[in-house]
Design a protein around this ligand. Structure first.
Ligand code: GRF
Length: 196
């Protein structure tokens, strides 16, 4: 029903291809809406894209995030139900983790628990995967806790690593998998949570 949609806020600090893809997916959704894009990076490309497409944004600084309740208060005032991380590199502070228990979702561009943790983002991840000699990689969607990439895994999908694979080609394969799967995984998780 109108007015009772689940309100999601996306945290993104970079290019924002996943964030834009998620925005598109939920644009006319009957029960889920993207209420805000939050970023710690005022220069993030995703903010410019949001300005152009009319999605509301909120930028915060490290001090506000980690030393005050300002971001949490904002989320509460805006009646945000879930947080979606899409290229957001900072750990989530305890006040927000506590208030959004089991309601913060992240996507990682490899098959956790391998190739996760601090510093494992962007091309670093794909380079480490190739370096390991792994025959497959993939994506992991997981809940967020106080450690990097360590929360409960809710979805994984694999892709084959070809003999001549490069970090660029693997990165492209993984982005495609992310775009194909992340919005639907979010939708399923939220719908099932709502039903329980
Ligand atoms: C994605 O690869 C995601 O797995 C990771 O950050 C990247 C963000 O890419 N958490 P984009 O900004 O959505 O293009």
């Amino acid at each position: 029903m109108i007015g009772e949609k689940k309100r999601l806020a996306i945290l993104a600090s970079g290019k924002g291809s996943n964030a834009l893809n998620i925005i598109g997916y939920f644009k006319k959704h009957p029960s889920i809406e993207i209420a805000f894009i939050l970023s710690n990076n005022p220069e993030a490309d995703i903010l410019k894209s949001c300005d152009e497409s009319g999605v509301e944004t909120f930028v915060f600084h490290s001090k506000h995030f980690y030393e005050t309740d300002q971001v949490l208060e904002f989320l509460k005032e805006e009646k945000i139900d879930c947080l979606i991380l899409a290229g957001f590199l900072w750990l989530i502070p305890e006040n927000i983790l506590h208030a959004f228990h089991d309601r913060i979702i992240n996507i990682h561009p490899a098959l956790l628990p391998d190739f996760g943790g601090k510093g494992m983002y962007g091309k670093n991840v794909h380079a480490a995967v190739l370096q390991s000699g792994a025959k497959q990689s993939g994506i992991t969607v997981h809940l967020v806790n106080e450690k990097y990439d360590a929360g409960k895994i809710i979805f994984q999908k694999t892709c084959v690593i070809d003999d001549n694979e490069t970090t660029e080609s693997l990165s492209h394969k993984i982005k495609t998998l992310e775009h194909e799967n992340y919005p639907g995984v979010i939708e399923k998780y939220i719908s099932e949570k709502e039903a329980t």
